[in-house]
Design a protein around this ligand. Structure first.
Ligand SMILES: Nc1ncnc2c1ncn2[C@@H]1O[C@H](COP(=O)(O)OP(=O)(O)O)[C@@H](O)[C@H]1O
Ligand SMILES: [Mg+2]
Length: 411
């Protein structure tokens, strides 16, 4: 008997990774497991009126749209609550997609988030009740004093930010006031800067797997991910992976990226609520095939094994570990990592991939070396760079991607 699984893609402007994902799923064909034959199809979801009782055709959805478009978000919520559709990511976790909740939770768990304060918004909400409320309850504050407690330089950034919007480095008190005045209605954090660091690590997690890379956030988008292997000691590598998994297991994110600054052996997570992470070919270049094949593996694993999406989270189990006085940071991290490992069924996922998807690396290499993929690469480069740079960047991306394929073949 064949089970058919339809994977829905909820997309905005992206073309590169969905095309690669669709092509890979098609090339893989189906798989056979103890539970019979499984066939996969992908489909791009359209936005339209929906009956709350309608039964969706999808067994799984990869969502890249509903963090800013609410019609699909409400459709996802309905499909999660009523139809058990599996989602990357669960729409009920969006509240914690603001940096703020993510900072709070991870500070409570003992992670080394730099000193962070929230400021009342410079321009208050437009509401006739505000003047009275403010007069009674808003306490005047000395911004300079708070900033000097945090220390300079510091970063001022939106509490719910993303994509560098509104993020500024503040060197002194003059700049502090200018930036605060400019922040207007946006609610801001100020956070101690970590500078002269050893390495800036960015991880990309998809289900049970985490890729840790060295990242240069100061460079242009296409040049931020550095191709460097072994840039962390094994212990730091484990810590960075453990933190990434912990964040994801805690918030029930299965597709997320996490930025961490490592200085003097200490790992400080600074930005890890990115539950619609950048997976474009332009940014990921060499790592793009890893992302596509891992997404395919995780989707297939979840669909075939019938993994259930958890709508609720299990914060108290983590907080119990956090509150223990008999153990320190390292031991807590080991316990959190164990919870995350169980949550993501890491061992079972690995066995499954060994058994049923042992050909996926080969299929991905074949695809990356195909004419189809090259066509996608050229199209992607042309849509991202001005005409006079097309030749240069086509050559550049071809080089990066064939290097990936070569490295796989070399083992
Ligand atoms: N505390 C910090 N110390 C050093 N650099 C920081 C800090 N916070 C932010 N930055 C820099 O600013 C960039 C953007 O801030 P981030 O918190 O990642 O916001 P976004 O969600 O917009 O990506 C980071 O990639 C990093 O280069
Ligand atoms: Mg960031």
């Amino acid at each position: 008997m064949t089970s058919n699984h339809l994977i829905g893609l909820l997309l905005g402007t992206e073309e590169d990774w969905p095309t690669a994902f669709e092509a890979l799923m098609h090339r893989l064909g189906g798989i056979s497991s103890a539970r019979g034959r499984h066939a996969f199809e992908t489909d791009r979801i359209t936005i339209e009126p929906f009956d709350l009782k309608a039964v969706p055709r999808y067994s799984m959805v990869i969502d890249r749209l509903s963090h800013w478009y609410y019609v699909p978000r409400e459709w996802l919520k309905k499909a999660a609550l009523m139809n058990d559709v599996y989602m990357l990511n669960n729409p009920f976790t969006f509240q914690s997609m603001e940096k703020h909740s993510a900072y709070c939770a991870m500070i409570r768990l003992g992670l080394k988030v730099p000193e962070t304060w929230m400021l009342p918004n410079k321009t208050p909400p437009e509401n006739p009740r505000f003047p009275y409320t403010a007069q009674r309850y808003n306490k005047p504050f000395d911004l300079g004093k708070i900033a000097s407690r945090v220390g300079y330089p510091l970063y001022m950034k939106p509490f719910d930010g993303g994509a560098w919007v509104g993020v500024t480095r503040v060197a002194d008190e003059n700049e502090l006031h200018v930036r605060y005045d400019q922040s207007g209605e946006r609610l801001m954090h100020i956070q101690a800067a970590i500078e002269n660091f050893d390495v800036f690590a960015r991880s990309l997690s998809i289900g049970a797997e985490t890729l840790v890379t060295s990242y240069d956030s100061q460079k242009p988008l296409h040049d931020r991910y550095q191709i460097r292997h072994d840039f962390l000691s094994p212990a730091l590598g484990r810590e960075v992976t453990a933190i990434s998994r912990l964040v994801n297991a805690f918030f029930r994110w299965e597709f997320n990226s996490c930025e961490m600054i490592i200085k003097d052996g200490e790992v400080s997570p600074i930005d890890y609520a990115n539950a619609c992470p950048d997976v474009s070919m332009i940014s990921l270049h060499y790592y793009f095939p890893w992302a596509i094949k891992t997404l395919a593996k995780w989707c297939i694993y979840c669909a075939v094994t019938g993994r259930r999406m958890h709508i609720d989270s299990d914060t108290s189990t983590y907080f119990e570990i956090a509150s223990r006085n008999d153990i320190g940071y390292d031991d807590k991290l080991v316990l959190y990592a164990r919870l995350a490992r169980e949550y993501f069924q890491v061992d079972d996922y690995r066995d499954f991939c060994d058994k049923h998807l042992s050909n996926i690396d080969e299929v991905m290499v074949e695809y990356v070396e195909s004419v189809d993929f090259d066509r996608l690469l050229v199209k992607t480069v042309k849509s991202a760079f001005p005409a006079h740079e097309h030749d240069k960047f086509v050559t550049h991306y071809r080089g990066r991607l064939s290097a990936w394929a070569r490295d796989q073949s070399a083992g």
